[in-house]
Design a protein around this ligand. Structure first.
Ligand SMILES: *[C@@H]1O[C@H](CO)[C@@H](O)[C@H](O)[C@H]1NC(C)=O
Ligand SMILES: *[C@@H]1O[C@H](CO)[C@@H](O)[C@H](O)[C@H]1NC(C)=O
Ligand SMILES: *[C@@H]1O[C@H](CO)[C@@H](O)[C@H](O)[C@H]1NC(C)=O
Length: 941
């Protein structure tokens, strides 16, 4: 059978798969498990104490780093041997330790270039931000000390006032410890599982090829994997390492307590997984090798390994090493051991000492970059479907939103809008006037998004393919020809975005003159960038394919999608005047993706389990820098029952990225298709999001400045409340709002835990609940439970319009919930919602405090103060405060005085929200006549 007919059969097979989504599900056999992955199998079979390396030649280098050589213990006495013994792993490895401001400890381990290894190992460029190097602290000295009854010395370096870094020479171990108690915080190789397969020449008769199903990986460089154990001390659980569909606190994959389906390590290998399971350590579309531990006693720590090859990570259940005679540290129940295994690359790893949850995300994002500040419209509701058929369909959907009084900001077009899956083109019959179409939507303040994928149709008449093939811009096969695989357009090649020149070329394709039919209201969606290759091994690219610089695909697989996302985002930056914040949604991701746009959790399924798992997935992404994410509302595959769809809207309205999306073969499910009552419920869910947009935008700015996620696990706000540690059904939106999802059909009751000592106010009814308790509440159809924490102030906009952009000048409502000391505080961030001018200070950042019966609005930063005048006179002319609702205020309060102006205002009773049928009334100041950008106070009399 020739290639093209076998390909045709494949295409047929794939179309069959797509036609009957319900008949088929996750194809386990398409993917390798650890036993079928030789490096994983080798690493997993090692015993504690197997590592025989010791550190020698420890010194401080001219660059202010600690350097050492790692050599096998048996070699110690023949160090003088020249040349060094040419055996597998007997050459010395180089270890470099560096320390940075804010408690960041970095160590690198690589082969010694002076010993001429066959190839330079790949180190991932373009992830660590440039500013990070300026935070390096130059080590001056190290001290030597005997620890843990060792016969050899250890070297100790300063990390910060509270922590020290230690290199233990024999046995080799790198750890960070508390300076005073000397207790370990994070450690590598405390179980002696470290192994580093050095590159070498092939010996006679050796076969390096690996076969999986019909695919052969030539593996020209042979074994080169790295594995080691990382221990988290004082930890009650570990979290992070997306992307997996599983709980927020990671379940053990080895040792006691391994649940069914969790005997494989957590895999980090970007894959296009058809109908993924809702509960599995199987690796999905993106990879972030960053793990966070948290414990009541010690706090929060983080470990990050910058490596883009396939990784597998085991989490050991407590007691996994019982009976092992070589364990090197006493068993400790508040210690979690993990095993990290990668197919290639080097060790370039970071310890973050916290000690709070927000400190760790700040430390991690100071290395990989703070999240981009999105445009305001992107934080509102997005309507997507594979596919809105044609322009008429687009206008029909658009006008139905208006007819049903449901706001939305963005309409999306999937692959069918193109001319034969040629990206940057339009189907001439279905979309004859794309620019006019976008302009019509833009007139209502709405935007469009089109899809642009990395697989390029091999068609000489297609200009992108012509240029790419003429210039040699495609990823190559091991034999040097353009890699040719199957994807949506049929025979396709993949742009080699690892090369900066090719990224720059790609970015130019987004200019208005090259992307014909695009306008300034059009933004971008990158799908299939794992990359997905229908006929490739594990539905991806062969590992021996070659990138720019002769780097094998195996070495950077997990970063490919990141580079594609980066190139597309830079494209939007380049087009026009460069003063418009890009919006690019990507399915694949890697550390640093937070700088380029939003992420969604891929092709989920319309069932309750997938709704349920979307929350731990979004929370995990947020902990690892990806603060702008969400799951497809409604579920991509299958047809949700109306009740599930409504519940999904109610949960999804709180996702940082809020988009409904559906597979081509599903029934239409726009919000008005399920009867009046369901339309009303969905409208209400979407209204809730629009009401909270000022609060969300403020949280996005907080993330942009500090890395703190928009959606947070409860333990991020209540780090010493153990009751929150395993709770991933509820979440915090910022520090003020707690939301509990409903994940079951026809729920009558919903159980919700409210942490802390202070009270909570039901965000709909205002009813108060004491904190530190679990409640069984009646589940209502209208909404899922949401509570505002006592002591907070949330800014809202309560008037509903067609889109967020049309709300720009609307007045604000402040909802103040007083705590037991009758105090509260909150913030509001405003800028033009679009441009980069906020980085020159064109923003308003207000702080509201309520104390001693007085509400004060002041400017949070000096930079804002000086620019208040600019902003208030230009962009925000009409923004006043129209209502202040005071929950927890004694009913005796009847009036208040506004300063400046000594204006007296009444305190009336009013509803908490604009929803119909509100019966509870609360003290409200209507029209206090103050501008949001000014300084003022309101004293309750
Ligand atoms: C060091 O030796 C003492 C006395 O034998 C023992 O009690 C202690 O547990 C040892 N410490 C470690 C860390 O092995
Ligand atoms: C905030 O967002 C902007 C725009 O996306 C980005 O350029 C900047 O690096 C981000 N971080 C900070 C600290 O401003
Ligand atoms: C009440 O809230 C204020 C403002 O958030 C806070 O400073 C104060 O500590 C809180 N009081 C109590 C008793 O928690």
């Amino acid at each position: 059978m020739n290639n093209s007919s076998s390909n045709r059969i494949l295409i047929l097979l794939f179309s069959l798969l797509l036609i009957s989504p319900l008949a088929l599900s996750w194809k386990k056999d398409e993917f390798r498990n650890c036993d079928q992955t030789p490096f994983c199998k080798r690493a997993r079979s090692r015993k504690p104490g197997a590592c025989n390396l010791i550190a020698t030649g420890v010194a401080i280098s001219d660059d202010g780093d600690l350097t050492a050589k790692l050599i096998p213990r048996t070699l110690e006495n023949n160090e003088a041997q020249d040349p060094p013994i040419e055996k597998d792993n007997s050459k010395p490895l180089l270890l470099t330790i560096s320390v940075y401001q804010d408690g960041i400890f970095r160590f690198k381990i690589d082969e010694d270039p002076s010993l001429n290894p066959p190839k330079k190992r790949f180190e991932v460029p373009d992830v660590i931000i440039d500013e990070f190097s300026s935070k390096k602290l130059y080590l001056q000295r190290l001290s030597e000390e005997k620890i843990d009854n060792d016969s050899e010395y250890s070297s100790v370096v300063y990390l910060d006032d509270d922590y020290e870094g230690v290199l233990r020479h024999d046995p080799f171990e790198v750890f960070v410890r508390d300076r005073v108690s000397k207790k370990r915080v994070l450690s590598v190789n405390s179980n002696g599982l470290f192994d580093f397969e050095q590159l070498r020449e092939k010996t006679e008769g050796e076969d390096w090829q690996e076969r999986f199903r019909s695919h052969t990986d030539s593996r020209p460089y042979g074994p080169q994997s790295i594995s080691f154990d990382v221990s988290f001390f004082g930890a009650d659980f570990v979290s992070g390492i997306p992307e997996h569909a599983t709980s927020l606190a990671l379940k053990p994959t080895r040792g006691p307590g391994v649940e069914d389906g969790f005997s494989e390590p957590y895999r980090l290998f970007n894959l296009d997984v058809f109908e993924y399971l809702h509960e599995s350590p199987f690796g999905l579309y993106g990879s972030i090798p960053f793990m966070i531990s948290h414990g009541k006693s010690r706090g929060t720590s983080g470990f990050f390994w910058l490596n883009a090859a396939e990784m597998q990570i085991d989490v050991f259940g407590s007691g996994w090493n019982a009976g092992e005679d070589k364990i090197m540290l006493p068993v400790d129940e508040h210690r979690i051991d993990t095993l990290w295994m990668s197919e290639a690359g080097v060790v370039d790893a970071f310890f973050f000492v916290g000690p709070g949850p927000k400190d760790v995300v700040k430390q991690y994002t100071s290395v990989t970059g703070r999240p981009a500040m999105p445009q305001l419209f992107a934080t509102a509701y997005h309507q997507c479907r594979w596919n809105y058929r044609d322009e008429e369909d687009v206008f029909g959907v658009d006008s139905k939103f208006d007819e049903h009084d449901i706001p939305y900001d963005v309409l999306w077009l999937d692959i069918e809008h193109t001319d034969g899956k040629r990206y940057f083109t339009w189907d001439k019959i279905l979309f004859p006037n794309p620019a006019e179409m976008q302009n019509k939507l833009a007139a209502k303040g709405r935007h469009m998004v089109t899809i642009v994928d990395p697989h390029i149709k091999r068609d000489d008449a297609y200009h992108i393919h012509k240029e790419a093939s003429d210039n040699g811009y495609y990823v190559k096969e091991a034999n040097g020809k353009d890699f040719d695989g199957w994807c949506w357009p049929g025979s396709s090649s993949y742009v080699d975005v690892v090369n900066p020149e090719i990224r720059s070329w790609w970015a130019d394709k987004f200019s208005y003159d090259q992307y014909v039919g695009s306008t300034p209201s059009l933004y971008i969606w990158n799908d299939m960038n794992e990359p997905s290759v229908f006929n490739g091994p594990e539905v991806s690219m062969p590992r021996d394919a070659l990138h720019y610089g002769n780097v094998e695909h195996r070495e950077l697989h997990n970063a490919y999608g990141y580079y594609f996302h980066m190139a597309s985002s830079n494209g939007l930056l380049k087009r026009g005047n460069g003063n418009d914040r890009p919006f690019v949604l990507s399915r694949a991701f890697f550390p640093g993706s937070q700088r380029y746009g939003a992420i969604w959790t891929g092709d989920n399924t319309a069932d309750w389990d997938h709704l349920r798992v979307s929350i731990p997935m979004v929370l995990t992404l947020g902990l690892t820098g990806i603060i702008f994410s969400g799951a497809d509302v409604g579920g991509f595959f299958g047809n949700p029952e109306p009740e599930l769809l409504v519940r999904w809207y109610q949960v999804g309205a709180y996702y940082p990225f809020f988009r409904a999306h559906a597979h081509q073969d599903t029934k239409r499910r726009e919000p008005w298709l399920f009867g009046d009552r369901n339309t009303e419920l969905i409208r209400e869910a979407i209204h809730t999001r629009y009401m909270y947009l000022p609060y969300y935008y403020t949280l996005f700015r907080e993330a942009n400045l500090t890395g703190t996620p928009v959606l947070r696990p409860l333990w991020m706000e209540f780090p010493s409340d153990e009751e929150t540690f395993s709770n991933d059904e509820a979440f915090m939106v910022g520090n003020s709002l707690l939301v509990q999802g409903i994940y079951t059909e026809r729920a009558k009751k919903v159980s919700v835990y409210l942490p802390g000592e202070e009270s909570w106010y039901d965000a709909r009814t205002g009813t108060t609940y004491k904190g530190g308790k679990r409640y069984k509440l009646d589940a209502t159809e209208e909404s899922i439970p949401a509570f505002q924490r006592a002591g907070t102030i949330i800014p809202r906009k309560d008037r509903f319009r067609r889109s967020s952009t049309q709300m720009e000048n609307d007045p604000y409502t402040l909802v103040i919930t007083l705590n037991s000391s009758k105090e509260a505080e909150g913030e509001l961030y405003i800028d033009d919602g679009k441009s980069f001018e906020f980085q020159q200070g064109a923003y308003v950042h207000r702080r509201f405090t309520f104390s001693s019966g007085k509400l004060t609005s002041s400017s949070l930063s000096h930079s804002a103060a000086t620019n208040t005048a600019v902003k208030s006179s230009t962009v925000l002319p009409g923004s006043t405060v129209e209502r202040i609702i005071l929950l927890g205020l004694p009913s005796s309060a009847k009036s208040a005085v506004v300063e400046p102006g000594k204006q007296k205002v009444e305190i009336e009773l009013g509803p908490l929200t604009m929803r119909r049928g509100q019966t509870h009334m609360y003290p409200t100041i209507r029209k206090p006549n103050v501008r949001i950008t000014d300084d003022w106070t309101i004293q309750i009399l």
